[in-house]
Ligand binder design. Structure first.
Ligand code: SAM
Length: 307
């Protein structure tokens, strides 16, 4: 596997420990190391915006056939790898939003939400990718894109405005302030702040992201956010929990903590993502890794309040 060569700003020992925790085979471990080392696992997708879906829009560049990606929603396309879609005038005109394909994979979990939400909240929204994926699947009726960091709210507003996302307000409340307002939402997106281990596979330096301090600190914050998130959702409502990191402590274990601690919730099967089901837990949760060949990777779990 050429471990001696793995030096792209991350600790080989910590990466090996992570692979053990993920119970990866030798081939999968090799693929993850290669992706971390080369930093070229990112793959751009475009999410057609409400502006373009209204006009039956075709992008001005060629896109890959979608057959390989049965879980992609219809209005998410994969430009040929030679294309940089953010450089086209149509991007500035808000015809589409650009995301890594692994974010779109996470958004595919929304396929198991049975109907358009009446009232939805993207709790960790900036710069707006998950709200764009929600808008690509359902008409937004009463949506809130919330971002606690004031310095990230401007770009969130700008992106949603440029792409013509309607019926959406931008706010900046911390999760506990939403929770005290009661269980008013039927869909919550929690794209949690995380250690961002997948950034390494996109060639973005992220020192310490494999270490226990980063992982445990983020896991604690994620558990805190989720304990507030469940208080915002009405009976039969859903939470989509996602991260762009690999560690089980920030993924399966956050969900399992919540399911043990809060009665009335269950994780929901996502048939479209069956091939990605995590074997690190006994409830339906899904993880994407570089060896799957669909971008840098991530985790998703859809939770439903049944009482
Ligand atoms: C992974 S990013 C969200 C990306 C966004 N959903 C998208 O798809 O473009 C996580 C966001 O959570 C915000 N955040 C950080 N700490 C938070 C907290 N304690 N509660 C809620 N959000 C937090 C960060 O500012 C960051 O914008």
């Amino acid at each position: 596997m050429g471990l001696a060569k793995v030096s792209n700003g991350f600790s080989v020992k910590a990466a090996l420990r992570l692979c053990e925790r993920l119970k990866l085979s030798a081939t999968q471990t090799d693929a993850l190391f290669r992706a971390m080392q080369s930093g070229n696992a990112a793959r751009r997708a475009i999410v057609l915006s409400p502006k373009s879906t209204a006009k039956n829009y075709q992008p001005p560049f060629s896109c890959e056939p979608r057959k390989k990606y049965p879980w992609l929603p219809e209005n998410v396309l994969l430009p040929d790898e030679s294309v940089n879609p953010a450089q086209h005038a149509d991007y500035a005109a808000g015809m589409y939003y650009v995301l890594d394909i692994s974010s779109c994979w996470e958004g595919a979990a929304l396929s198991a939400v049975p109907s358009a939400p009446e009232k939805s909240l993207d709790l960790c929204a900036a710069p707006g990718g998950k709200t764009m994926l929600l808008a690509a699947r359902f008409p937004l009726r009463d949506h809130t894109a919330n971002e606690v960091q004031a310095c990230r709210r401007g770009i969130l507003r700008e992106n949603l405005l440029r792409c013509g996302v309607e019926n959406t307000q931008v706010t900046g409340l911390p999760p506990d302030q939403w929770a005290i307002q009661g269980d008013q939402f039927d869909l919550l997106l929690v794209d949690a702040p995380c250690s961002g281990q997948s950034l390494l596979c996109k060639g973005i330096s992220n020192p310490g992201c494999l270490g226990s301090a980063a992982v445990n600190g983020n896991a604690k914050r994620q558990r805190g956010i989720m304990l507030q998130a469940v208080r915002c959702v009405c009976p039969r409502g859903h939470i989509l929990y996602t991260t762009c990191t690999y560690d089980p402590a920030e993924n399966e274990r956050v969900v399992s903590y919540l399911l043990r601690r809060v009665p009335g919730w269950q994780a929901v099967e996502i048939p479209l993502l069956a091939a990605f089901r995590s074997d690190l837990c006994d409830f339906p949760a899904y993880r994407l890794l570089p060896h799957h060949g669909f971008g840098a990777g991530g985790f998703c779990c859809l939770l439903r309040r049944f009482s």
